[in-house]
Design a protein around this ligand. Sequence first.
Ligand SMILES: NC(=O)C1=CN([C@@H]2O[C@H](COP(=O)(O)OP(=O)(O)OC[C@H]3O[C@@H](n4cnc5c(N)ncnc54)[C@H](OP(=O)(O)O)[C@@H]3O)[C@@H](O)[C@H]2O)C=CC1
Ligand SMILES: CC(=O)C(=O)O
Ligand SMILES: [Mg+2]
Length: 411
Amino acid sequence: MSPAALKKKALDYHRLPKPGKLSVESSKPCSTPDDLSLSYTPGVAQPVLEIAKNPEKAYDYTNKGNLVAVITDGTAILGLGNRGPLAAKPVMEGKAVLFKQFAGIDVFDIEVNAKTPQDFIKVVEAIAPTFGGINLEDIAAPHCFEIEAALKKKLDIPVFHDDQHGTATIICAGLINALHVQGKTLETAKIVCLGAGAAGIASMKLLVAMGARKANILLVDSKGVVHKDRTNLNSFKKGFARKTALRTLADAMNGADVFVGVSGGNLVSSAMVKSMADRPVVFALANPTPEILPEKACAARSDLIMATGRSDFPNQVNNVLGFPFIFRGALDARAKEITQDMLIAAVYALAELAREPVPASVLKAYKLKKLKFGPDYILPKPFDPRLAERVPQAVAKAAKKGMAAAKRRQV
Ligand SMILES: NC(=O)C1=CN([C@@H]2O[C@H](COP(=O)(O)OP(=O)(O)OC[C@H]3O[C@@H](n4cnc5c(N)ncnc54)[C@H](OP(=O)(O)O)[C@@H]3O)[C@@H](O)[C@H]2O)C=CC1
Ligand SMILES: CC(=O)C(=O)O
Ligand SMILES: [Mg+2]
């Protein structure tokens, strides 16, 4: 599709037949005077009194247990930068649609005009009673780290920054499979990560937790390679600073096995891709414009595995494969937090699913004759119905194991 045609189609999709992508529906009948006396006064007083006596009853008498807030300040909308909270609304409505479509979870999207992380934290803390979980979205680093840490401490429901942990989960699952196809391992792979923000830092941390070696990772930000002699690094970047003479992205890419791009569009050249090691993996995940387009990267060399964050190319590495299913598992287990063990459970569930035969319904949805684990299929497709069975189950199991261990530690 031409850029002009895509623009018109996308704007029409959002505007017609009525503006936006979400509406609120009643889940109970309310069409007679009797219904009204139950749903509203006097009947509604009964659950009010029950919940006032025991807050846990909110899970029985309200939608709290299946309701997630998708909350943003609009400071890092996809790869479009800081465009403010209102402009972030189409993305937040979109996340809500995906929560519902893939995991049956209801969402209120909330766009917050907050000048400081403290203002933002206060707003989220104040509205938290409504929700069973908080999905932070498109909040730029480094504020996102402070916001998530503070809210995790204050709230007794799962708080999850999707751009950090959703993205990290999918990158790990995709990379484990891509490296397997290329005959390489996470433990020995030389990894370059362009983007040292929310997605970059969290993804590299999870990769290290799963076996990648920090000494093999080169983090690159808008000023170049993150190295020990730099004086302009925040504490999150410092954790990955290497003692190295390499300075530019081109220096870093030379001989690398893996490129992970979570930065901005068109930052990687054909020459950089050519300079990578044999059988490389290129995850150009910036949205909507990847660091390098698949046609350009694949023209540079034929032995690579190529992925983007987009739905219109093969190998979509995107947190849509994570947040709906991770929250489904967390809500089902009534988890109070989303732990690293729960993310790792999701990583393995996703990676294993991609190695199994693909159901006919997926082939039909994607208009494909065949699809088999390999260079062009390293992760399940978002419309794979098995995702909703496998991933939440694995996440809930890890959650319950963690809660049981915590309980044992208390006694
Ligand atoms: N496919 C997926 O599922 C996902 C993709 N993403 C994509 O990742 C990107 C970053 O998102 P997020 O981490 O939330 O944003 P942040 O704002 O937290 O981080 C952005 C990072 O990109 C770096 N960067 C920006 N421009 C350049 C440049 N010209 N050269 C090198 N580095 C640059 C910034 O460098 P500096 O620190 O120096 O400012 C920063 O480290 C976006 O494009 C987003 O769409 C994010 C989440 C999920
Ligand atoms: C996919 C996503 O969350 C992002 O690009 O920010
Ligand atoms: Mg995002």
